[in-house]
Design a protein around this ligand. Structure first.
Ligand SMILES: NC(=O)c1ccc[n+]([C@@H]2O[C@H](COP(=O)([O-])OP(=O)(O)OC[C@H]3O[C@@H](n4cnc5c(N)ncnc54)[C@H](OP(=O)(O)O)[C@@H]3O)[C@@H](O)[C@H]2O)c1
Length: 386
């Protein structure tokens, strides 16, 4: 029997690559549902091409237009439509490739049903943290990370008995502004920030990579996924993006996961785990690569990484506040309403205004997310009129 797969965010960078992986999977996977935010034409085309009978669009107008244009299947509407896509149909595996904290509710719906989750949406773990992990443990669902660094760590840690791993080391490409000082960053343009040197990704994560917030979100993600204390997770800059992460063991050994930067590798791992399948990527040729270099990370100039580590250590609602403020600030930067360096300023000021509170439920997180968005929007208006 093929595993029945739902791809959330199928119109995005992860989603499109996931469909490519599935189309090479033969009989092992069958796509039973697809979702997007509002790109209904692309979503309908994907449903037709992959013989999918149910789709969901978070945007209700887009869902209405899709339902008019596509009468061969069912179109679900709104955030609750995404949840219904997961909970009402037969499904063995969900790939969450939604961007931002909008991915949290579908993550909760998936794990709540006891369905295995291939997780690209790192914001689910940044915002939901302990509650998401507890839910998976309660229902027995497995979370398989798709983020390349965490996929690497998942593979490296699988072979190690408990108690032998001393440190996790996340690699960071450094993004387009690697080595830049604050004066240079003050004039950073949208085009420069979107020009990632090694990975082709969606807009939000590309800006997060330029500010190093992406690595900060990944730090929090790693903490929750692997239950590792923050003081045992390091970040090192590695411009070639060949080494995807490392672990250090108690006997002095350090193990690394290597490969060319291609998200189809961790996506295929996430979709086929615990099996491995052929992925049509160029085998790594270290002699052709020549040199692998590493540098310390500058979290003074790139304050987002420091802010994320502090928010992770503070715990409670702080990572949720950090994430919401970041989403609002990145949106404003991409809209030309905020300077690059002010992304970190907005996040820092929002965290100062909203100290970490205890998380009792997902409702606490929804309230903290809304409050952080409101404060961050105020800060952007204040900074804009400086
Ligand atoms: N891209 C990568 O290589 C990569 C690598 C590692 C991790 N990730 C993580 O994977 C996630 C997706 O990244 P991406 O680069 O693929 O993003 P992306 O290209 O921007 O795609 C995002 C997807 O989410 C959908 N979406 C947007 N807002 C939504 C909402 N409110 N409700 C439901 N769906 C919504 C989009 O639909 P529309 O097309 O309608 O907007 C699209 O299908 C992020 O969490 C990112 O950090 C990505």
């Amino acid at each position: 029997m093929p595993r029945r797969l739902i791809i959330l965010g199928s119109t995005g960078s992860i989603g499109v690559q996931a469909l490519d992986v599935v189309s090479r999977a033969g009989d092992e996977l069958t796509v039973v549902g697809l979702s997007a935010g509002r790109s209904w034409e692309t979503l309908v085309a994907q449903a037709r091409a992959h013989g999918v009978g149910r789709i969901a669009l978070a945007d209700r107008d887009a869902a209405a237009r899709a339902a008019e244009a596509w009468t061969d299947g069912e179109v679900l509407a709104g955030p609750e439509g995404l949840v219904a896509l997961i909970t009402e149909g037969p499904c063995d595996l969900v790939l969450n490739g939604i961007v931002g904290s909008a991915g949290l509710v579908p993550t909760v719906a998936t794990l709540g049903e006891g369905i295995d989750l291939a997780l690209a949406n790192k914001e689910s773990l940044v915002v939901g943290g302990e509650l998401v992990i507890q839910l998976a443990q309660a229902t027995g669902a497995t979370i398989i990370p798709v983020d390349s660094e965490h996929s690497a760590l998942h593979q490296l840690l699988a072979a190690e008995p408990a108690g032998t791993v001393e440190r996790l080391i996340l690699t960071a490409s450094g993004g387009p502004f690697r080595g830049a000082d604050a004066d240079t960053l003050a004039g950073a343009t949208i085009e420069q920030a979107l020009a990632h040197p090694t990975w082709a990704m969606g807009g939000k994560i590309t800006i997060d990579s330029a500010t190093l917030m992406n690595k900060g979100l990944e730090l929090i993600e790693a903490h929750h996924l692997f239950g590792t204390p923050y003081e045992q997770i390091d970040v090192v800059v590695h411009p070639q993006s060949i080494v995807h992460s490392l672990i250090q063991l108690c006997d002095g050994a350090t193990l690394a996961h290597l490969g060319y930067p291609d998200m189809r590798v961790p996506i295929a791992y996430g979709l086929h785990y615990p099996e491995r399948v052929d992925v049509p990527v160029t085998p790594l040729d270290l002699a052709a690569v020549g040199a692998l270099t590493f540098e310390p990370v500058d979290d003074t100039t790139f304050a987002c990484l420091r802010l994320a580590r502090e928010a992770g250590i503070a715990g409670g609602t702080a990572p949720c506040t950090l994430n919401a403020a970041n989403e609002i600030a990145v949106h404003a930067f991409l809209g030309g309403r905020l300077r690059f360096l002010d992304i970190a300023a907005v996040i820092e000021q929002t965290l100062e205004r909203l100290p970490a509170g205890r998380v009792h439920s997902f409702d606490t997180l929804a309230a903290a997310d809304g409050e952080a968005r409101r404060v961050a929007t105020e800060r952007i208006e204040a900074l804009g009129s400086r």
